[in-house]
Write a protein that binds this ligand. Structure first.
Ligand code: XMP
Length: 521
């Protein structure tokens, strides 16, 4: 980490209650955290190896033991000393259910009846936690089975191949379910979680955007003291919300820096200036560096070279403006909770260099603060709304750091950027008019570096084509082209060739990722 020092993140001051999700490596563990938070109850995930320490230090208000890929019967399997959570309401799910059974004196066996997929619950005990499952369809994914409930527990549901699909010891407030209430394939799973959290664990719904803002403002003020924080704003959701939060906490001492490289979408640079400089009256330093970026990109056509140049130019901008910024003591970083959870995981093969993880000038190696490190993306958007950011900014799609440079094949010139901006504006306006933007993860227009012949007003044209791309995705790792109705595409194509000078053809990109990527370069 060089000289940069990441301060131990201040746990959000404990004004709210906490549900600790102990992660045994299940594929849905993060989803459990999200589900709990949907009830306005704060939840965090901790790997099982660190759970004991965390429980002793923080005494959570409830604990959920997640699923996991291993068998509780294997030597060295993930484990937790359940005496640590005695007195704390607990729900075991799948592996967690089996761990509860094994560690509390029940019997778990490897079974030849493996259950994967949707199953029907039977023998549901009236009044039990399992009785919240009105539609008795539940999602199963397990090999081992609980054969015998632990002493003090009662059986509350089965399936035809799983004798102990749910059990509970209501007096001890301990519950186990073999199925996954957190996934949407268990239609009444939400009701079960709600009953556990609100009724059995008696939790208060004290976690909201407003309470997050209040607590984070207090914690940032405590951390920064009389210092100043440098916060780079790009126009994207995370940096905008982070800046708005820091402005709320620190006023003028949140130094917002916007580097206008000329490679944003149409109108976005103006919106950043208007929102932060105008609406929030922030201490905004907007550097118009378009000329420098275009000069550096002149004649460059190789995709990786472009990415590298944009990254290097950013560093140079900060170096040029060092004297205006070097009195900042802290650097704000837009880390989100999934990054925190996943940090330390291995990296895949490098396909593209992301410019925003590049080096920083030495003087910028300040202490880091990460005010959004507790939030998922949808929560960041909710906080942005609560802070009064414009809807267009809060709902903005992910956008690559090198901007339109990677949506223009061949050389990047101001004229070619203008073409892409205008075509992109038309495409997104029409998508919005048809309400199609809601199913889209990212959509854009790109310019190709080939020319083809057309005819306009009896004249021969020899111009460039625009490629339209609109993809649906969960996390940008995989993506599929969105099935935009043909008439809508035709309308967009017609508008683009008529309204954007320099374009005589429009294509729609049908490729999924993989094998293509979302961006062209
Ligand atoms: P690809 O094109 O690799 O993109 O399928 C995956 C996601 O990453 C975004 N992207 C970037 N984001 N800096 C970023 O912050 C970058 O340099 C960068 N390059 C691509 C892309 O928009 C998509 O969401």
């Amino acid at each position: 980490m060089g000289l940069t020092q990441l301060l131990t993140p201040p746990a959000v001051p404990k004004k709210h209650q906490t549900v600790l999700v102990v992660d045994f490596g299940g594929q849905y563990s993060q989803l459990i955290v999200r589900r709990v938070r949907e009830f306005n109850i704060y939840s965090e995930m901790v790997p099982w190896q660190k759970a004991a320490e965390r429980i002793l230090a923080d005494r959570p208000d409830a604990v959920i033991l997640s699923g996991g890929p291993r068998s509780v019967l294997e030597p060295g399997a993930p484990d937790l000393d359940l005496s640590l959570i005695a007195g704390i309401p607990a729900l075991g799910i799948c592996y967690g259910h089996q761990l509860m059974a094994k560690n509390l004196g029940g019997v778990v066996e490897t079974s030849s009846d493996k259950e994967y997929g949707s199953r029907h619950l039977t023998g549901i005990e009236a009044g039990s936690l399992a009785s919240t499952i009105g539609v008795p369809e539940v999602w199963m994914s397990h090999g081992d089975q609980v054969r015998k409930t632990p002493p003090g527990f009662i059986l509350t549901a089965s399936t035809d191949t799983c004798p102990v699909a749910a059990f509970e010891n209501a007096a001890a407030r301990q519950y186990g379910v073999q199925f996954h209430p957190e996934v949407s394939h268990t239609p009444d799973g939400r009701k079960l979680l709600e009953r556990f959290l609100l009724k059995h664990a008696g939790l208060k719904q004290d976690w909201s955007s407003e309470s997050f803002i209040e607590e984070t403002v207090a914690s940032v003020q405590g951390q920064v003291g009389e210092g100043r924080v440098l916060c780079a704003v790009s126009g994207g959701v995370d940096s905008s919300v982070m800046a708005a939060l820091l402005i709320r906490a620190l006023g003028e001492r949140a130094v917002c820096v916007f580097v206008d490289h000329g490679l944003l979408r149409k109108g976005e640079a103006e919106e950043v200036r208007e929102t932060f400089g105008g609406h929030f009256k922030a201490n905004l330093k907007a550097f118009d560096e378009q000329a420098a970026f275009f000069a550096a990109l002149k004649g460059v056509t190789h995709p990786e070279r472009k990415r590298k140049i944009v990254g290097e130019e950013f560093v140079k901008v900060f170096e040029r403006h060092a004297s205006e910024l070097s009195d900042c003591d802290f650097l704000a970083q837009g880390t989100l909770y999934p990054d925190v959870i996943e940090s330390g995981s291995s990296t895949a093969a490098k396909i593209k260099t992301h410019h925003n993880v590049g080096g920083l000038p030495d003087w910028m190696r300040m202490k880091l603060i990460e005010p959004l490190r507790w939030l998922f993306k949808d929560e960041v958007r909710a906080v942005g709304r609560a802070l009064g950011l414009p809807e267009e900014m809060v709902e903005r799609e992910p956008f690559p750091g090198p901007g339109l440079a990677v949506r223009i094949t061949g050389e990047v010139t101001p004229e070619r950027v203008r073409i892409v901006q205008d075509a992109d504006w038309i495409f997104r306006t029409v998508l919005r008019e048809h309400g199609l933007h809601r199913q889209i993860w990212q959509s854009y227009a790109a310019l190709l570096d080939v020319r083809s012949v057309g005819v306009m007003g009896d004249e021969r044209t020899y111009e460039h084509p625009i490629v339209l791309r609109a993809v649906a995705s969960e996390d940008a790792m995989t993506a599929r082209a969105v099935a935009i109705p043909f008439e809508v595409l035709e309308h967009v194509a017609l508008r683009i060739v008529n309204e954007v000078r320099g374009v005589n053809r429009v294509f729609y990109d049908l490729t999924s990722k993989p094998p293509a990527t979302i961006e062209l370069e």
